[in-house]
Design a binder for this molecule. Sequence first.
Ligand code: G6P
Ligand code: MG
Length: 218
Amino acid sequence: MKTKAFIFDLDGVIVDTAKYHFLAWQNVAKSLGINFTHEDNEQLKGVSRVQSLELILALGNVQITDEQKQEYLLKKNEEYLTYIDKMDESEILPGVMDVLNFLKENKQPIILGSASKNARPILEKVNILHYFDDIVDGNDVSNAKPDPEVFLVGAKKANQTATNSIVFEDSVAGIQAANSAGMTSVGIGEKTVLNEADYNFNDFTEISKDFLLKLINQ
Ligand code: G6P
Ligand code: MG
């Protein structure tokens, strides 16, 4: 059996936190008098907290001072953390545990590659922090996806080359980051949205052991 680095995004791949990000951003948008829909929220997936606020401001063509931006970022995260605080194992997305267990049994490095600065507390809340050999999150990198930095750092931590790395992602920015790093990209979600991915699945229940073995031994 060969060894590869298996790099997982967090939000929308392991847990469905996109709904919590949305609720918190929607309240920020409301305070700013900006209409913010579910559709607009798609653009925020995989995007850092600061850039998400910039996108919302651009959407409403609203300008605020840097000080106000800091206040809104703080307000957004405080609300988001109240949702996170209530999370448990039941919020792990379908099929994720089977894939993680199979990779662990086959001694494959499991790495987290997320833009979130809340990655560790979320993994702790849903009780799977111990599955990860390393975590690269929003606190460790300065360039947000679609820049490949987060995944390149992740591969390095697993002592693997980019070509020996596989990325699971639910965002367009994340798939682009994996592709530009020269990694194998696996899109989790709408194929029409994630059409740049090397492989597409609606969720992890569609990922078979044979497919994982193929990735490991390719
Ligand atoms: C992920 C999510 C984004 C979020 C970003 C930063 O990439 O998909 O929606 O804005 O992480 O998350 P944070 O928890 O640091 O605000
Ligand atoms: Mg994501």
